[in-house]
Write a protein that binds this ligand. Sequence first.
Ligand SMILES: Cc1cc2nc3c(=O)[nH]c(=O)nc-3n(C[C@H](O)[C@H](O)[C@H](O)COP(=O)(O)OP(=O)(O)OC[C@H]3O[C@@H](n4cnc5c(N)ncnc54)[C@H](O)[C@@H]3O)c2cc1C
Length: 155
Amino acid sequence: MSRTLADTLSAQVTGPVLVPGDDGYDDEVAAFNLATTLRPDVAVGATSTQDVVAAVRAARAHGVPLVVHATGHGAEHPVTSGLLVSTRRLDAVHVDPAARTATVGAGVRWAAVAAAAAEHGLAPVAGSSPTVGVVGYLLGGGVGPFARSHGFSSD
Ligand SMILES: Cc1cc2nc3c(=O)[nH]c(=O)nc-3n(C[C@H](O)[C@H](O)[C@H](O)COP(=O)(O)OP(=O)(O)OC[C@H]3O[C@@H](n4cnc5c(N)ncnc54)[C@H](O)[C@@H]3O)c2cc1C
């Protein structure tokens, strides 16, 4: 099943499509949290929105679970099957200094936002770690050092 799914996706996805044993598989699924195990049947390294759409559709068509993996800072539950979408190549950052907003790709980490914002004399309401992913942090609420003065980052 995993090889069939991988072959199907390889024809549709620009990024790497990897199964256990492939070169690059271990790097693709590596997580910051070494206490958990990420060993999906197939790992997709998304490079675009289209790659993500293809992965979601393939997972649904094959009836397999799908997980999203940014940095693995928050990887708490082992993944032993299914399809994993890695977002780390989606690393675009755009800061609008007039609006004081940042638009980021799904794989962006806070250090990149801090650097881009600093060029405009701004700073993100981030957490304590520069290597935590922006999306995972915000989905979790985001209770960082600025919380007392600026509120939860998810606000
Ligand atoms: C050293 C360290 C310091 C930290 N400091 C703080 C802090 O100051 N304040 C604070 O609030 N938290 C802090 N955290 C916790 C951290 O914010 C959470 O673990 C956060 O969920 C990590 O997000 P991630 O994207 O980096 O990790 P991941 O493990 O890759 O993702 C975390 C979760 O979000 C999901 N996810 C990620 N991207 C997407 C996406 N694009 N779409 C859908 N789901 C997605 C993943 O599936 C996973 O369930 C810290 C963690 C560490 C290890």
